[in-house]
Ligand binder design. Sequence first.
Ligand SMILES: [Zn+2]
Ligand SMILES: [Zn+2]
Ligand SMILES: [Zn+2]
Ligand SMILES: [Zn+2]
Ligand SMILES: [Zn+2]
Ligand SMILES: [Zn+2]
Ligand SMILES: [Zn+2]
Length: 1745
Amino acid sequence: FYWVWSHSHEKLDTSLCACLNFSSPLSFLPQKWLQATDLPKEVYQHLAGYVPKIYCLGPNLNPTSEDLLAQLLLQAPLEWYLCGEDPLVGLAKLEKNNQPSQLCGHVFKVGEPTYSCRECAADPTCVLCMQCFLGSVHKEHRYRMTTSGGGGFCDCGDTEAWKKGPYCQKHEPNICDSSQEDPLANLSADMIARTYNIFSIMLKYAVDMLTWDKEDELPHGLEPPERGDTYYCMLFNDEVHTYEQVIYTLQKAVNCTQKEAVSFATTVDRDGRKSVRYGDFQFCEQAKSVIVRNTSRQSKPLRVQVMHSSVVAHQCFALKALTWFSHVIRYSDALRRILCQVGLQRGPEGDNSLVDTLMLCDSKMWKGARNVYHQLYMSSLLMDLKYKKLFAIQFAKHYERLQSDYVKDDHDREFSVTDLSVQMFTVPSLARMLITEENLMTTIIRTFVDHLRHRDLQGRFQFERYTAQQAFKFRRVQSLIGDLKYVLISRPTEWTNRLREKFLEGLEAFLELLKCMQGMDPVVRQVGQHIEMEPEWEAAFTLQMKLTHIISMIQEWCASDDRVLIEAYKKCLTVLTHCHSGFADGEQPITLSMCGHSVDTIRYCISQEKVSIHLPVSRLLAGLHVLLSKTEVAYRFPEQLPLSELSPPMLIEHPLRCLVLCAQVHAGMWRRNGFSLVNQIYYYHNVKCRVEMFDKDLMMLQVGASMMDPNHFLMIMLSRFELFHIFSSADCRKRYNRESANKDVVQQNSTLIEEVLHLIMMVVGERFVAGIGQVESCEELKREIIHQLCIRPMAHSELVKALPENENKETGMEKVIDSVASFKKPGVTGRGLYELRPECAKHFNLYFHHYSRADQSKAEEAQRKLKRQNGEDSALLPPSLPQLCPLFASLVNILQCDVLLGMLGAVLQWAMEPSGGHWSESMLQRVLHLIGMALLEEQQQLESTLDDNEVTFSFTLKISRPGEAPSTSPSILAVLETLQNAPHLEVHKDMIRWILKTVVSIKTMRERTAAAPPPERAGGWQEEMVRDKDKAERKRKAEMARLRREKIMAQMSEMQKHFINENKELFQQSLEELDASTSASLEHSPSSWDSVLVCVGPRRWRGGRGERRQVVTCILCQEEQEIRADGRAMVLAAFVQRSTVMSKNRKRPPHDPESYDPIFMHPDLSFGTHTGSCGHIMHSHCWQRYFEAVQAKEQRRQQRLRVHTSYDVENGEFLCPLCECLSNTVIPLLPLTKTSCSNGEQPGLVQWLNTTSQQIKALHSAHRKAKPTSEYPDHAPPPPEGFRPDHTPINPYSSSIKEMLTTFGTATYKVGLKVHPNEQDPRVPIMCWTSCAYTIQSVERLLVDEQKPLFGSLPCRQDDCLSSLARFGSACWTVSSLATVQSHFIRLLAALLPDPQVENSRCILDVDMFHLLVSLVLSYPAVHCQDSSGLSTDIAELHLLHLVTVAHLVQILLTSIPVELTMEQESGGVEHEEESVCLLYNTLRSHIGSCVYEVSSGWHLWRAVKAGILPFLRGAALFFHHLHGVPTPPELNGASEWEVLCAYLSLPSNLLQLFYSYQEVLEWCSHPSMRQCLQSPETLISFPRESNKLIELPEDYSALINQASSFTCPKSGGDKSRAPTLCLVCGALLCSQSYCCQTELEGEDVGACTAHTFACGAGVGIFLRVRESQVLFLAGKTKGCFYAPPYLDDYGETDQGLRRGNPLHLCRERYRKIQKLWRQHSITEEIGHAQEANQTLVGIDWQHL
Ligand SMILES: [Zn+2]
Ligand SMILES: [Zn+2]
Ligand SMILES: [Zn+2]
Ligand SMILES: [Zn+2]
Ligand SMILES: [Zn+2]
Ligand SMILES: [Zn+2]
Ligand SMILES: [Zn+2]
């Protein structure tokens, strides 16, 4: 027997092996083990010897080599023993024989996408991994996608988790189902025995070590042969101390750098512990005491242990061993089963199994250890169906202890073993088994209740006495409710007696819990003074909210079994009765009498005594009572129900008090009780709570009322509302005469009357719950959706939010929504909306019980408007209602009872006279609505029965009866008839008319059935209808006219108010129109004498010169001002920013700002300076005043509030005073430069070049002379005739213009180079020219990308900006030193015209020709101003253009000729051009040689040249157009573009002709770096440069999530990134918003995104936060905002935060919109607007993202 390290031997570091001296004893080890009598001892001996030699040998652990050694020396022997042969062979055999179970069990990583099916998942916790999902049937269903928080596994293959399609293709079971077979059957007995042996030893070892709590000792048998004085100072994680505290403390305690401290802290946070010091005991102890001392001040100190290195080593290997188990059992289900068996085996004395031991020590272990063993549990115990059950039982047995440990522990639940509950409790069969066998339901509830300690005298919870720590525990203990929810998720389909028994036992425990809540947090009305301190109320509501779903589920369970329902009802009633016995003291009995009825009740004044909002026991009973009706148990087993014990007045008492409390709060009676009460009332009605609060209270009233005399019910109600005295008095109809005393009281009572009327409506009318009314369950939901959509069209997410959280939300809504609404798709912004179908409007009920007051008035307005638009009556009639169930049938009698009629009559009587505050419109409206309801009820009853006598409802009869003596008041009908014509009731007229009409028709019906055949409709009827119609039509027209008027008025005031801010687009549009019209009139289409428009050169268009005055208005002072060189300066607000939008090389490192020479732009355009403007014009002095004011204001604000604005004033930023557009400087507006039209003969190119080079020589010598240190005597030739280098030209500009020239120049310089402002720097003018060129280039690109014509399509603001930039550029030399600008010109020209006196001239391949052209043209005036020979600048510009064009031609020929000529040659080429381009190309080739390959097709060459140079020509046209204000040619797109463009630029359309007039081309080719450039194609730029795009995004968002889930933080060694963020510009994935990836940037720590923007986007960045599905815009370190992502779900909505989980798909239009913002350089502006609109964005530390 020999043992070879065949595998992975090579990898081993031999020196490491040598020092361990292992080779001889180990080779026979497995053999020895196989024969051993005491195997555990042998193995322990081996571990004792080797583990401390492999692990923990020094402070800097090297895990890879450690793990490799452990693999060879520790794990390999185990595997050999296990297999009895080479594990490579043995494990492969095992894998081959394995019959894997159908469970997928893939454990999710943090951030990995998970999928669930809304249609088929048994509950929302059932999820699939991406792989299984893609192979499942659910991908065609309505699925849901989320990102995993880590932990949890794929449920594919679990038949209980899915109602349909439990298997994906991969996990589909074989036909011969082997799942029932014992997996051990395939294993030899030997193998089983060996596995069993080694697993027992190793698992025990691992458990012992991980639960080991001695710092300096080891378990028996593991003591190291030799032990040194080597210790670790181990720091443990807690959730109390912050990162900063830990980092600070570490720096002090172990004397490390900030960086090391950060790394320690990160590891501690991730793994739960980290050794921070290694050395002898003393050394470590010292660090420990410093850490403890430093962190014990405010809280308990950080946990630190000084541990012996051998202990740490064994713990390391113990973890490794657990990982090894996970690895080995993957080969075979049999091994997995053996591991489970070993783990769950009890000790010899029945003591805890190893699995139990580990679990029970959970809260004592560190995070890393917990994670590893939880993972092992998941891949072993939870994957084996047999042992999952056994484990679940153990888990349930220890449940209470585990939870208590968890509550005391401070780690998040994801690190607690209790988090595994979801894996077991959500399996229905297991949950049910645990309930019956382990009484789990009761255990959970009892454990929960035990943790809520504070009670009042009645045993109710008292949260206000909780300390912070108890509150913290309270939060943690809430997870138990989550467990309870899991257990109850699936309702049993079959009940056993035992299940009934245990469920009812659980219910009893639950009722005990509810009992502690019944009546908690009571409130007493505060009179006189306002309350001093807002009482604590949130805890109670949190509890209620958490329990809401549970209470609903318990009712569902009860409803599924008759016997359980009956028993539950009895138990609930008993508990309620018990509760009431505690409340009743001090309530005196009284008798109420009214309208001939009297009732006994108690005296109870809600406005004076205690009242509580929390009544869960009453509410549960109400729910169960309705279920009695729904399940018909009430009719089938009435004898088993304690119905006779019920006391309706007792049942309604507390719910009624609660409802009255709400009414009184609405009436303003509880104002002094502060916001806490308002909030409670809000939540009481809120969708999160109402199902088990408000809804159930209403139900309880319905329950009570259905069992009482309606008159009695109403009298009690009036009494509790404290309104009884008003309606019971004999002369109540004259109320307003008596009670004019206190206006407040009158007002309060009015509101209360409105509320009581509303409550009556609800008690009678809310019948859409199955069991109360005869409806299907879905009808309730349908009604809810209809009423939401009656308010306004809503997005899917809004509707979802408005619905309570139950299964309806998942799928029920989908079934209903299309039947009531139609979908409207969203545009580029906004979201898709559902609109109510018109035919559903008839279901609208203004008094819908879930409407808040605001909802109600919005809905009322919307519905009235709709009716007007349809030309209908504006009356909002009550809708027809479903029939009540028999148990509730008597509710309708409320509508015709004497007390109600008395109330109705009283209100109507009050309404006879105009209200002086004594009755209210809404009171009347409600009364009319109630009458309408009653009439509809009668009508319905009449229609549905054949025999009239059966109809007991006779409302019409009763309202026709006059009051009885002595009051003898008129009948209600009579009053209504009078009111019909009352002028003060115009708004109610339609309603009253409808009521009267309905009364008539009911009477007709009754007569019809009483008398013989029903008469046809009487003629009078029809006439009336015609009259109605006429009237309606007139009304409609008047209404339309009014609406139109209103709309116009509204528009006007809107415009005045918000000017453009709100109507930005409209504004821009109108400006554009205006601009178009003015330019048309000014530039009157080119006249006949000027047949060709030329923008440059001597032939340039000069029409209208002189007469053209430019007059503009200052937006600040509104004064008009002419633009003149000697006038007051006018400026445009402008924003200068650095840009990489057009960059072709994002790898180029940023320049060093101090030494960078910007004179030549590289053709890769890697960093540019962009100038934009909102186009708003001000006087320079007006702007200065404004800016000073902004500065002062900002200073005050910072002092006072320490908050920042969206703009950085210190950096010169401000918002345009008109449009609030972010700006950081201003551009002066300049008149066109006057150039004298020289008539003299102008020189040709060669002659001009000669003259110019003479001038340059003269300048060189003049500049040298000017320098005092000049060493050489000057022997320069005399300057050319008429050139005077000593001449100083007169500056034509006024002082204010000069000042502004300096301002803008300095700003461009400062921003463009990122330097401190320095107006003397020679680079200032260069930066101005560069910015002009770059901005024009980017505008040209944008127009191409948007497919817009070159001229006429720019918004006016951009036109103005470009003109100002060009004219500014040509004037900026006047404020710089002449010599500086001249030497710039000389250097620029030297690139094309070699000049021996200029050093380091550029190779033409390294120059962007457009930048060169612009700079040359703009710097030339500095030379020209000293010339008096009559040379014109026009001819100079033309020659410069020609020269640069030729250079660009050569540049293109050298760089941009495609290697492969794939394009088919078209016939009809232009032969002349083709020939000459061939000629030029070949000349170049012969000169440069091998770098340029041969091309013989002139057609292809010419094509490539034309395409390459077009952007340049277009840019040049834009430039000269704006510089000289030459009108644009009419035709500049389509086929003739080329010719028109050449003509406009005064170029021959065969550009090669230029080459003939300038033959110096070859000199360029001899530039020393030319060859080098051509040989490095990766940096060579070819023309035309393509526009940059944002990266391609996948169609399906989950592809992105998946991509990001495998992304690891680049700095912390394979860790998952918490906030993976994608740069949309270059596609880089970053680890954002975390400490690990912070870097230092300009002396400040910044997050990965901010750091990235500086390299990738010159400070501006566009990112997609993958896990949040959110776009992030960043600019600089302080600015940022979130932006809607370009991904939409099927409902046309984005899902920022991925909360909804609908599948998301790329919306290309939205993505294009983001791309456009970027290309337009509008990201910063967008951020500015977002921050102005939402101040909270300003406070975010964007630089940390
Ligand atoms: Zn899976
Ligand atoms: Zn699967
Ligand atoms: Zn499905
Ligand atoms: Zn002004
Ligand atoms: Zn503006
Ligand atoms: Zn990037
Ligand atoms: Zn990171």
